[in-house]
Design a protein around this ligand. Structure first.
Ligand code: FAQ
Length: 312
């Protein structure tokens, strides 16, 4: 049963009028947005770690400069998203406490290790590629601050995806056989985790129906996963890389690819905290937070002194 407020709210949503921070909104809408936006913010920040692992070992000065810029962009995305979440009445300290205690989720993909240089290219191509597939529709999300953050983020993600693919073109089409092998090893490890980024199958997705009614989500998980596969297979063909899925096959009738069953057991293990790098990722974030305490203390002391001087 909807009351008058809820009916008016839903009418606005259906008319594609953005909801802004001070507007009335159902508690569930606010909670869902805080959950999704903060998980997204955490993903950007934790997502810096796998690629940062290669900054000191980038093969050329140019690749190093590109990678540095990309990893810095991810920090910026985290900041826009924490700001968007804060407009819903939650503080950044609260959100970070949830991350550091292991209570908040972040994308499963960042719990896998980066073992060779090709992994940096693979993350740009597949992980940023999947992120764009999910985030382009979110530019039309019903919540104003989130939709506007998505517009900026998508522009930068496009650069990230291109730099990754460019690195792989270099390795696969102009490189040595060893470099090509490195890229094949990398796609063997990243393909399935990239497909898991879109979340559980539609049948298992608990939040999709309500989130789509509120236009917090625009597409279902399976719709976006299918679009990603269809876009990515020809790009793999161009690189001459083999996708590690024996069931991958063009389906003329549906005008898309059929693909094999995702290992959902692995997915649920990773989001429960038991993936290959979960513990490392979390302890790296906690350490960064603790190492920054002296700086936050200094800023607060400075602000206090300035306020005292003003009131004196
Ligand atoms: N990992 O009912 P649903 C990036 C959870 S891109 C972990 O389907 P929903 C860029 C889900 O939270 C990555 N958990 O949920 C970058 C829920 O658990 P809860 C970030 C997952 O929300 C690139 C439960 O499973 N992008 O960072 C995952 O409707 C390179 C049930 O699932 C975004 O966050 C997963 N893969 O749909 C950075 C985009 N999938 O909360 C650095 C915005 C599902 O009840 C380097 N988010 N879960 O405990 C979304 O579009 C949605 O939240 C979905 C999940 C599609 C991720």
């Amino acid at each position: 049963e909807m009351d008058a407020n809820e009916r008016a709210f839903q009418t606005r949503i259906e008319a594609d009028i953005k909801i802004e921070p001070k507007d009335w909104m159902p508690e569930g809408y606010r909670k869902t947005l805080i959950r999704q936006i903060s998980q997204h913010a955490h993903s950007e920040i934790v997502g810096q770690l796998p690629e940062a692992n290669w900054i000191t070992r980038a093969p050329t000065l140019e690749r190093k400069a590109i990678l540095l810029a990309k990893v810095q962009d991810e920090a910026g995305h985290g900041l826009y998203l924490y700001c968007a979440a804060e407009t819903l009445g939650v503080s950044r300290d609260q959100l970070l406490a949830q991350l550091h205690s292991g209570k908040a989720k972040y994308s499963s993909i960042f719990n896998y290790p980066t073992l060779n240089w090709a992994d940096v290219g693979m993350i740009g191509w597949l992980v940023d590629g999947a992120a764009i597939m999910n985030q382009v529709p979110l530019q039309r999300c019903s919540y104003g601050p989130y939709s506007r953050a998505m517009i900026r983020i998508c522009k930068e993600e496009s650069f990230h995806q291109r730099q990754g693919y460019d690195a792989l073109v270099k390795m696969c089409l102009h490189g040595t056989p060893e470099q090509k092998e490195m890229a094949q090893d990398s796609i063997n490890r990243w393909w399935w985790p990239a497909l898991m980024m879109f979340g559980p199958s539609d049948a298992q997705s608990v939040h999709s129906a309500q989130s789509m009614a509120w236009k917090i989500k625009i597409n279902t998980n399976d719709e976006l996963r299918q679009k990603f596969v269809d876009q990515t297979v020809p790009q793999a063909d161009y690189l001459g890389l083999k996708i590690p899925d024996p069931d991958l096959k063009w389906n003329e009738e549906k005008g898309g690819y059929d693909f094999g069953e995702i290992d959902w057991d692995e997915f649920y293990q990773v989001i429960a905290g038991n993936g290959p790098c979960n513990k490392q990722r979390l302890s790296d974030r906690v350490k960064a937070w603790e190492d920054g305490q002296w700086y936050r203390d200094g800023l607060m002391a400075h602000a206090r002194k300035k306020a005292e001087r003003r009131s004196a």
